[in-house]
Write a protein that binds this ligand. Structure first.
Ligand code: 3PG
Length: 399
């Protein structure tokens, strides 16, 4: 069954729960370091408000226990600046006060409800029916007429605010969701050979994708970068030194090393690992070939080395489709931006190039790189989609 979009929704005078994904990088003081994800949702929110909707916005920021697990006040203030209509902020998500605020909205007004992940159920995965019975959904459906999911970037999660509402009230895809599904739904028809450049720090998500694109024959090559590459190097028996290895162990990625080992055994000819890495030595960039590792005490891998950038660059240049996800190193520091910037620039030369991920999109903007065929708002969601897997959010809207 096709999903319904805003074209199917009679908006005027209805109260809508609108899930967006504005999970963004923050500065140390909690202010937004990048507002691209907010800008992406302006089209959907403006349309709903212009059409006379009363909009209760639902969103998350960070993960429980993480540095970026913060309230959504800065996001509400920025949305209020970006939209022509007023956007209020509620410091609760589904309390009696929050529900009253939603009930008191007039046509063309919006409120951003507090970080959904402040409630433990929201960080758990459920079936849509079960998610529909959680406190968050159960309390809020009483004040909503319909639900719009525009949070493509979180569409791979089966969390209550993503899959629970359509089990209780009519559900529709917002404009971001609609466009992403259109563009990314067709990966099997993109030009070959296909190269996936997979990096960043969300290792379990990246590993699942690597496994899937290799198993399904979608990827001709997988080029590993960032922390993902470090996990593969460890699996390959390389001594990365304590600093890089400790980071991986502290994140609880032990199992991922075994998983990387299994993938190397099965698909080693299609998976590329860095030949050299860059560390910081005496305040400067210092490159070390993999055979020369470990680095000195306290040094950790900050970027790909130049030889790797060159050999990866050649693979990328010869690709029909390039899918990029996750930065190749600590690109925020100019000394270690080389791998990320160069690979991304080369990727724009491919016949068809797709970029996914919040950090990845932030890197592109920082470097001012243009020319990709599609820059997705999603990281894990984009990659899941590109593997041809069903996204829970989409299934929930469909059913
Ligand atoms: C993202 O940033 O990829 C989405 O907001 C999902 O966040 P999560 O990986 O913490 O679920």
């Amino acid at each position: 069954m096709p999903i319904q979009t805003l074209d199917d929704l009679a908006v005027q005078g209805t109260t809508l729960g609108v899930r967006i994904d504005i999970n963004s990088p923050l500065d140390d003081d909690g202010t937004l370091a990048d507002d691209a994800r907010l800008r992406a949702h302006v089209e959907t929110l403006s349309e709903l408000l212009d059409r006379g909707g009363r909009v209760a916005i639902l969103a998350h920021q960070g993960r429980p226990g993480g540095d970026e697990f913060r309230d959504l006040r800065p996001h509400a203030e920025r949305l209020d600046e970006m939209l022509d209509a007023p956007v209020d902020y509620s410091d609760a998500t589904f309390s009696a006060d929050a529900r009253r605020t939603v009930e008191n909205l007039s046509d063309g007004e919006a409120v951003l409800l507090e970080n959904t992940r402040f409630y433990s159920e929201e960080y758990m995965e459920f079936s849509p029916d079960r998610a529909g019975q959680t406190e968050l959904v159960d309390k809020l459906v009483g004040v909503l007429d319909a639900y719009v999911n525009d949070a493509f970037a979180a569409a791979h999660r089966s969390q209550p605010s993503i899959v629970g509402f359509p089990a209780r009230v009519p559900g529709y895809a917002g404009r971001v969701m609609e466009q992403e599904l259109d563009v990314l739904g067709d990966i099997e028809r993109t030009p070959e050979p296909r190269t996936y450049v997979v990096g960043g720090a969300k290792v379990p998500d990246s590993m699942a994708v690597i496994e899937s694109v290799l198993e399904r024959g979608l990827a001709d090559r997988v080029l590993t970068t960032g922390v993902v590459a470090n996990v593969f190097l460890l699996a390959d028996g390389v001594n990365l030194g304590d600093a890089s290895a400790d980071f991986i162990y502290e994140q609880g990625y032990w199992d991922e090393i075994d998983r990387a080992g299994d993938l190397l055994e099965e698909y080693g000819d299609r998976i590329a690992l860095p030949e050299d890495l860059a560390v910081e030595r005496d305040g400067e960039r210092h490159e070390i070939p993999v055979e020369g590792l470990p680095p000195e005490e306290g040094e950790s891998a900050m970027d790909l080395g130049s030889a790797t950038v060159e050999s990866y660059g050649e693979v990328v240049r010869g690709s029909g489709t390039v899918v990029l996800n996750g930065p190749a190193g600590v690109f925020e520091d100019e000394t270690f931006a080389h791998g990320t910037r160069d690979l991304f620039e080369i990727a724009t030369e491919a016949e068809y190039s797709v970029v996914g991920g919040g950090d990845t999109a932030a890197a592109i903007r920082r470097f001012g790189i243009e020319g990709f065929d599609h820059v997705s708002t999603g990281g894990g969601a984009a990659l899941n989609m590109l593997t041809g897997e069903d996204l829970p959010a989409v299934e929930a809207l469909r059913n």
